[in-house]
Design a protein around this ligand. Structure first.
Ligand SMILES: [Zn+2]
Length: 434
């Protein structure tokens, strides 16, 4: 057996032997309730990661996204970037995990912030999305550094905030400041819970818009003296039902989006508000009789590689114009809130090929290539950082994310840590002489 083969075996054994450490690290991450919104405990989780990684020879930078969306003195947006330099210069592999978790909600049978271990699983809010993935990437990087101390290149591990609320105080801020510049980082793996045998290449596009219809206020007993903005909005919704939804259902994509239902264009009516404001909680009186003079609808349109953002915009505009032609007093405004282009990393990109080969050798199956129905921080790395060589790969079952009794399987974390470590071997070009 060659020296390299022996060291690859040692790499696996080191990760197997780190099982208790991996579980304890996952538990300690879960025990910091970094709930977002509002964005609690970001400094505390950076301190935990700092203490862990600075001991292992990583250089630590903590970056507060001062002035970013959501940042305040009460809830500062802290991020951490830990970088380990190899003995020689070379490429950099970056593992990016978000440190925030969503609110617990109801229905838990265990304490969501205790880090309960039961039946070979770690339970807790953020266990699968994505503190388990963060812990696995740390164990993988540490094992790799132990077995290949003379490697060339660099390894980075970042813990970034606010992914659950758009990532503006996290990866977007860091990308704007040059942290994901392709000159300093060449490969990015985001350990989101996609399952240990799946490589997520990217995500669909997003267009958030707000449509407002206008009417004329009048006494509710004489609606004919007014003009009801809610009825105008009703006509818009009817036009969606008759024309737009059936059209969207016909648009299928070659992108391997999971689940299957998302392999087409989709539109969600996120909210509709018309007429008077809802009464304050505790108000027991009746509403006053008024014809609503304005109605607002928020739309969340998800689109495909095969569609352009321009097409998606004009499709909505055309529906509204068609309604306008049929209704004399119809007046509306269409405002764009936010858009993200679809992104899909090439299957032949180095990071994809390295992780695919590692899944074959460490998990023992063919990788599944998928695309996410919703966006995640890859959007900022792609658009702001201009770094295309990026995927999501990590342990955990996506469907458990944001659910009560969220958990991550310990064996899954071990296996995915082996895949990550083996990917480092490939991407950092380890050979017999390393
Ligand atoms: Zn996540």
């Amino acid at each position: 057996m060659s020296g390299l083969e022996n060291r690859l075996i040692a790499l696996r054994e080191t990760i197997d032997a780190a099982k208790d450490d991996l579980v304890a690290l996952t538990q300690s991450l879960i025990q910091l309730p970094t709930v977002n919104p509002p964005g609690d405990g970001y400094l505390a989780i950076c301190e935990l990661l700092d203490a862990r990684l600075s001991k292992r020879g990583f250089n630590i930078e903590r970056v507060r996204a001062t002035g970013a969306l959501g940042d305040s003195d009460q809830y500062p947006r802290w991020n951490i970037i830990a970088r380990h330099e190899g003995r020689h210069s070379g490429e950099c592999v970056h593992f990016n995990s978000h440190t925030d978790v969503v609110d617990t909600g109801d229905g838990w049978t265990v304490d969501p912030f205790a880090g309960v271990v039961k039946d070979d699983k770690v339970y807790g809010r953020g266990a699968c999305d994505m503190k388990g993935g963060l812990a696995a990437s740390i164990i993988a990087a540490e094992a790799f550094i132990e077995i290949f101390p003379n490697y060339a290149g660099a390894i980075e591990i970042s813990g970034t905030c606010d992914e659950e609320s758009g990532g503006f105080g996290g990866v977007a801020y860091l990308a704007e400041k040059g942290w994901f510049n392709p000159e300093r980082v060449q490969h990015v793996i985001i350990p989101e819970p996609l399952n240990k045998d799946r490589i997520c290449l990217g995500h669909r596009g997003v267009l958030w818009t707000e449509v407002e219809t206008f009417g004329h206020i009048a006494h509710g007993s004489m609606p004919f003296l007014g003009d009801c903005a809610v009825r105008h909005m009703g006509a818009v919704v009817s036009a969606f039902e008759e024309n737009l939804f059936p059209e969207l259902a016909k648009k299928h994509t070659e992108m391997p989006v999971v689940p299957d239902g998302a392999r087409q264009s989709t539109l969600n009516i996120n909210s509709i508000h018309g007429g008077q404001n809802e009464p304050e909680h505790g108000y027991t009186g009746l509403p006053s009789a008024l014809v609503p003079d304005r109605c607002r609808m928020v739309l969340d349109r998800r689109f495909l590689m095969e569609e352009s953002l321009e097409d998606v915009r004009s499709e909505l505009h055309d529906v509204l114009e068609a309604v306008s032609e049929k209704r004399d007093t119809f007046r509306y405004e269409l405002r764009e809130m936010f858009s993200v282009l679809p992104t899909m990393t090439d299957k032949n990109a180095p990071v994809v090929e390295a992780v695919a080969a590692a899944i074959r050798s460490e998990v023992g199956c063919e990788p599944d290539y998928v695309v996410s129905p919703g966006t995640y921080d890859q959007k900022h790395i792609d658009r702001i950082g201009r770094l295309k060589n990026c995927i999501a790969y990590g342990p955990g079952i996506l469907d458990l994310a944001h659910q009560p009794d969220e958990y991550v399987g310990i064996e899954d974390m071990i296996d995915s840590a082996k895949v990550m470590a083996q990917s480092l071997v490939t991407l950092l070009k380890i050979n017999e002489g390393s």
